[in-house]
Design a protein around this ligand. Structure first.
Ligand code: HEM
Length: 416
């Protein structure tokens, strides 16, 4: 009986530390919590350092997994049935609308949070090692860039599943971008075939996106994000923790662990749990008050005008328009330039940025450090351009992708 109790406690709960030794054992002896270090630095728990955005992201991933698994019991990935299973969710299944809303809003919040988290890491110079020879934070930043791409891919593959007009035409836009990668008859067509599972968007595409969305991409994201969070521990905690060592070195002082760290259980764990609860509350709030859109059933013979990509890809759609330039008889291929090449170069630049940043160790884990001003300005300009272009495409592009004042244009199609 005692043995069973012990196993149960090791799996479920171990928060009742009465002294230092117990507090340490609370993390090391628990199956789930030994992911955390036994002690955490005070600086890394400050809300205004990280805004806990990484924890928000992981909480959203958990909410998406739970709601997604329940949705799998109800959804049928068939072009004939998919739309109507979603209609059933909306109208006949008890709380089906709520489940669908929760999944949809958590996905949009995750895409928003992943960009905010990346910006926070950048502006705090948290991809730097700060003179710690055992850390490899630039590697964790690269893992982060891959996580960003995976998050976008997960959201995009889910967008197709309701098989309504919104879904179908968003995928048509994406697949056509893939088709325009030169040489079009070799690379472009192969990419299109890979995405669509054939020469047109049909049942093969739906089943392909379904498997990617429900199995392949979530597993990849889970494995990579686990590695991402484990690396933080291996790198010696959040980058701001390096500030203690830098300060001690300056003052020629020895670091005393009790002065700059505290026990993970309960102090860090309690905060992580609260962030999870707050994130859940925000998702529930959105789910009750904002309905997830569902348009007419997908109809390949009728193109909505304008056909818009989901909001997080609108900047790419706009870039395609900007880079499609006619010079005499020659037309620059915007589909490839704005749709594939520029975004690919941008992600590559993001990935290698830590290796271009030669600022001093003191700039590690500090918001807007003066030695990184040029980096911060360039990064901020890129973000502002992306946001401005997205807003422009969202509110100022109307039928035939012409420019309209939003108040002159009666209806703005759904982008969520
Ligand atoms: C699914 C996506 C992601 C998850 C679940 C995730 C999770 C986390 C968590 C839990 C932390 C701890 C600090 C915090 O809460 O802010 C963290 C830190 C970090 N993340 Fe992410 N992250 C993701 C995406 C990204 C992206 C897109 C980047 C950058 C391109 C990135 C780069 C980093 C770096 C470098 C740190 C260390 C920051 C520091 O030391 O202050 N992560 N991440």
């Amino acid at each position: 009986m005692e043995k069973i109790k012990q196993i149960w406690r090791s799996l479920i709960w171990s928060y009742d530390p009465k002294d230092k030794i117990e507090a340490t054992k609370a993390t090391s002896k628990n199956f789930w919590l030994h992911w955390f270090p036994a002690r955490t630095t005070y600086k890394s728990m400050s809300i205004t350092y990280s805004f806990w955005l990484g924890t928000v992201l992981f909480s959203l991933f958990i909410i998406l997994t739970i709601t997604g698994v329940i949705l799998m019991f109800l959804y049928i990935p068939s072009t004939e049935r998919a739309y109507w299973t979603i209609k059933d969710l909306e109208n006949s299944v008890s709380f089906g609308w709520f489940l669908r809303n929760a999944h949809r809003w958590a996905a949009h919040l995750m895409v928003t949070a992943v960009f905010l988290h990346m910006a926070r890491v950048f502006f705090t110079g948290a991809y730097k090692n700060g003179g710690n020879p055992e850390a490899n934070r630039p590697l964790n930043w690269i893992v982060g860039v891959i996580l960003l791409i995976l998050t976008l891919a997960l959201s995009y593959t889910g967008y197709l599943l309701p098989w309504d007009q919104l879904a179908l035409w968003a995928i048509v836009i994406g697949a056509n971008i893939a088709k325009s990668v030169p040489p079009e008859n070799i690379v472009g067509e192969s990419l299109y075939f890979f995405l669509a599972g054939g020469t047109q968007i049909d049942q093969n595409t739906l089943i392909r996106f379904y498997v990617l969305h429900c199995i392949f991409l979530p597993i990849l994201l889970l494995v990579l994000s686990s590695y991402h969070m484990w690396r933080i521990r291996k790198d010696g905690g959040l980058a701001v923790s390096e500030q203690y060592k830098i300060e001690a070195k300056k003052q020629n002082k020895r670091l005393i662990q009790d002065e700059y760290t505290t026990f993970t259980i309960p102090f860090l764990f309690r905060r992580v749990f609260m962030i999870f609860l707050v994130t859940t509350a925000i998702v529930l709030f959105f789910s009750v008050f904002a309905k997830a859109p569902l348009e007419e059933p997908a109809d390949p013979s009728w193109t909505p005008n304008p056909a818009k990509a989901p909001w997080y890809f609108l900047w790419i759609q706009e870039l395609i328009t900007i880079t499609t330039v006619k010079i005499g008889d020659f037309t620059i291929n915007g589909g490839f330039l704005g749709g594939a090449l520029i975004p690919a170069l941008l992600f590559l630049l993001w990935a290698v940025w830590p290796y271009l940043d030669k600022s001093p160790d003191e700039a590690t884990g500090v918001w807007f450090h003066k030695s990184r001003i040029v980096h911060n300005i360039i990064f901020a300009i890129i973000l502002i351009i992306l946001i401005a272009v997205t807003i422009f495409a969202m509110y100022f592009r109307g039928p035939y992708w012409q420019v309209y004042w939003p108040w002159r244009w009666p209806e703005i199609p759904h982008m969520f």
